[in-house]
Design a protein around this ligand. Structure first.
Ligand code: NDP
Length: 254
């Protein structure tokens, strides 16, 4: 039994990278975790197996985000997964983590790429929240995974940065609406974190340059982010809402 033992969580993109670390951490605190993914079934199954091996509870659900009807697909898969698991309907913690990047300067971004980026990173979480509100119990949590790039200028990922700015704004705008239900809405902003979204981190010079942006002179680990999310998800964070929690290892703070 942990501090989330009576809770149900849904982590979008919970199969890999930061989302997997969040899924593992919430499950370690006792939550039943719905591990969402879009394409790579084996990665989701691996995440569930890892959680179960540690004594936790989880199931996987697939829904491609960024396509019409994505939120509906996700929630019906969630409802079905819960009932097959024998758990009560509804949830307490929604983590909007799934996202894609677009490492291109403005001159190289096509209209199709821009639309796809916004469909996955902005439109999907918006409608996932909208359709999720009937399932989210009072006293619940909505946690959006943003990025340090809403504070730090990075022209090589300008369109991606805009998508995270939209999530920050949604976080602020929704908090008052859900306050009466005791639901908090917060965003957590990772800095450079070692996952597959950043293939260039395999190049030692790039890794060292990115590490040097943090006052701790290293790249973030997915668990560095998951621990902050676990705090926001817990009752300890009940008085924190509408906020962006910077989890960049103090990147570019002065
Ligand atoms: P990864 O690429 O390692 O993992 C992405 C996850 O999202 C996977 O589970 C993937 O599942 C899922 N996903 C991606 N696209 C879709 C889609 N269209 N439909 C459904 N699921 C999808 O990314 P990270 O762990 O690095 O990133 C997680 C979040 O953190 C993102 O929002 C990212 O923007 C943010 N972030 C990451 C930083 C970093 O340096 N890593 C820095 C700042 C923010 P599948 O493969 O099955 O589709």
């Amino acid at each position: 039994t942990g501090r989330l033992s009576d809770r149900t969580a849904l982590v979008t993109g919970g199969s890999r990278g930061i989302g997997r670390a969040i899924s593992l951490r919430l499950a370690a605190e006792g939550a039943l975790v719905a591990v969402h993914y879009g394409h790579r079934t084996e990665a989701a199954e691996e995440a569930v197996a890892e959680i179960e091996a540690a004594g936790g509870r989880a199931f996987a659900l697939r829904a491609e985000l960024g396509v019409p009807g994505d939120a509906e697909t996700l929630w019906s898969a969630f409802d079905k997964g819960l009932s097959e698991y024998g758990a009560r309907p509804g949830l307490d913690i929604l983590v909007n983590n799934a996202g894609i990047t677009l490492p291109k300067r403005i001159s190289d971004v096509s209209e199709e790429e821009y639309d796809r980026l916004f469909a996955v990173n902005v439109k999907a979480p918006f409608f996932v929240i909208k359709e999720g509100l009937t399932r989210l119990r009072d006293g619940g949590r909505i946690i959006n995974i943003s990025s340090g790039v809403t504070r730090i200028a990075m022209p090589n990922i300008s369109a991606y940065s805009m998508t995270k700015g939209a999530l920050d704004t949604l976080t602020l705008a929704l908090a008052p609406e859900l306050g009466p239900r005791g639901i908090t809405v917060n965003a957590v902003a990772p800095g450079f974190t070692y996952t597959e979204i950043n293939p260039t981190l395999k190049v030692p010079e790039v890794l060292n340059a990115y590490a040097a942006t943090s006052v701790f002179n290293r790249i973030g680990r997915p668990s560095d982010i998951a621990d902050v999310v676990a705090f926001v998800a817990s009752d300890d964070a009940r008085w924190v809402t509408g906020q962006l929690l910077d989890a960049t290892g103090g990147a570019h703070i002065g």
